[in-house]
Ligand binder design. Structure first.
Ligand code: HEC
Length: 156
C-alpha cells in the first residue's frame, strides 16, 4: 500500500474514533505531538486559518439550510471551497514538495477529499427538492476530511 494512502486511511480511521471522543470514550488529543508541522510564513498561516474559519461557517450553513431545504443558500456557501472555487496555497505546496509523502496526503485530504466533497454538495444543492439525506451523508464525509487533516497536520 502507498504510504500516502495509509495517511488518508489513518485519517479516516481517526474520524471514526471521533464519534467515540464525543461520547467521552477517547480524546482526539492523542493525535497531538505526532502531527506533521507545515513550516510556512506567518502571513500564510493567517490566510489558511481565516479560510478554515470560513469553512466552519459554510459547514454550519450546510447543516442548517439542509434542514430548511434551501439549496440556493448551500450553493452560495460552498462555492468558494469547491474544486473550481478554491485557489490553493502556493507556499504550502512549495514547502510540502520537499516532503512527497506528506504532500500526497495533504492533496488527498484537501483537494481530492474535502474540496471534491464540497463540489458534490454544490451539485446536490442544485436539484430541487433537496435530497437532504444525500447532503447529510456527504457532510459526514466532509467532516471525516476535516478531522483527518487536523489529526495529520499542524502549523508552527
Ligand atoms: C488539507 C488539510 C485540512 C483540511 C482538509 C481541513 N483543515 Fe482546518 N486546518 C488545517 C490546518 C493545518 C490548521 C492549523 C491547525 C494548527 O495549527 O494546529 C487548521 C485549522 C482549522 C481551524 C482553526 C482556525 C484558527 O483560526 O485557528 C478551523 C476552525 C478549521 N481548521 C476548520 C476546518 C473545517 C471545518 C474543515 C472541513 C470542512 C477543515 N478545517 C478541513 C488543515 C485542514
Amino acid at each position: 500500500m502507498k504510504k500516502g494512502l495509509l495517511w488518508v486511511m489513518l485519517g479516516i480511521a481517526g474520524s471514526l474514533g471521533c464519534a467515540g471522543a464525543m461520547n467521552g470514550l477517547s480524546s482526539p488529543a492523542v493525535a497531538q505531538g505526532s502531527r506533521f508541522v507545515i513550516e510556512v510564513p506567518p502571513e500564510t498561516q493567517k490566510e489558511v486559518k481565516e479560510e478554515m474559519v470560513s469553512m466552519l461557517a459554510a459547514l454550519q450553513t450546510i447543516v442548517s439550510k439542509t434542514l430548511e431545504g434551501d439549496g440556493q443558500a448551500i450553493q452560495a456557501a460552498v462555492e468558494p471551497f469547491t474544486a473550481t472555487g478554491t485557489h490553493g496555497h502556493p507556499e504550502i505546496a512549495m514547502f510540502l514538495s520537499q516532503h512527497p509523502e506528506q504532500f500526497s496526503a495533504w492533496r488527498q485530504l484537501g483537494r481530492d477529499g474535502m474540496h471534491a466533497t464540497f463540489s458534490r454538495i454544490e451539485r446536490l444543492a442544485e436539484s430541487q427538492p433537496l435530497d437532504k439525506e444525500a447532503v447529510f451523508k456527504e457532510t459526514g464525509t466532509l467532516l471525516g476530511y476535516c478531522y483527518g487533516c487536523h489529526a495529520t497536520f499542524t502549523l508552527p
